[in-house]
Design a protein. Structure first.
Length: 274
């Protein structure tokens, strides 16, 4: 299997950028700190590792087998792309326009064992990896299957390994942000955290619109084709008109310059005759 670095990094970046603002390890750090601040740092680090492992398990399972389950029920990949693109766009828009909220009040379990028992629910699901993240993982799997095509010769394993690597990086960041949640909030501050989330949300919105457009083009091939041709025709007509206007302006300017040159040459002759 040949790994093309540029293609591999592109798929990795798409998976990472798509999931990062929804998983939101930076924004989830203060919530994790509020829920576990009564425990020692060793317990917090153990919980952070468990949450990261459970999160990667949820994301990878949804990514690898989610679309297969949908195929069992007769749902096409194009419909999954459309619905998932809508989910991505709506999620990105809501993250982009949401107001900042204060961290919830301190909560803690009665014992360390009880906290570890709740590492999967609710600390992993739904606080860290919620239904939105699972829907995004399924959408990514369907989109990459449609983009790469089946078989080793079309880059099928390469794309999936790259996407899993992006998910793994997100989960590693979850572990880091949860482990050092107190330091991260002091380092970035409230405004820095908000800026990072807004930038990631805008990229998520753009990716969601692109995936939705790909699904619409696949499911309704005759819908966007005429629109695209009409836009291209109008664009070419506009460029032609601009070219004609520019040529006319250039001709007018050159004619004006020629008349001025003739006038300047004729002045000394009139003076000499005088």
């Amino acid at each position: 299997m040949i790994l093309y670095p540029i293609d591999f990094l592109r798929v990795l970046a798409v998976a990472f950028v798509t999931l990062f603002p929804v998983v939101n390890p930076v924004g989830g750090g203060p919530i994790f700190l509020a829920l576990t601040r009564r425990y020692p740092q060793s317990a917090q680090r153990m919980l952070a590792r468990k949450i990261a492992a459970y999160g990667f398990m949820l994301l990878s399972t949804s990514f690898l087998f989610g679309s297969i389950v949908l195929d069992f029920f007769g749902i096409t990949l194009a419909v999954v792309q459309i619905c998932g693109g809508v989910v991505l766009a709506v999620t990105g828009w809501s993250l982009l326009t949401q107001k900042e909220q204060d961290s919830p009040s301190d909560q803690s379990s009665e014992s360390l064992e009880d906290a570890l028992d709740h590492a999967f629910f609710p600390l992993t699901l739904p606080i860290t990896v919620g239904p939105g993240c699972i829907s995004i993982a399924i959408t990514l799997g369907a989109h990459l299957r449609h983009e790469a095509g089946p078989g080793f010769e079309h880059g099928y394993p390469r794309h999936f390994i790259a996407a899993l690597a992006g998910m793994f990086i997100v989960c590693v960041l979850v572990m880091i942000c949860y482990t050092y949640a107190d330091r991260l909030t002091r380092l970035l501050g409230r405004s820095g955290t908000g800026i990072l989330i807004r930038l990631s949300a805008f990229i998520l919105l753009a990716i969601g619109v692109q995936i939705m457009s790909n699904g619409i083009r696949s499911e309704f091939p005759g819908l966007l084709g005429p629109i695209h041709n009409q836009v291209s025709r109008l664009s070419s007509e506009g460029q032609s008109r601009n070219h004609v206007v520019v040529c006319a302006v250039r001709a007018s300017v050159s004619r004006s310059v020629s008349l001025r040159q003739v006038a300047n040459v004729g002045i000394p002759e009139e003076v000499n005759h005088g």
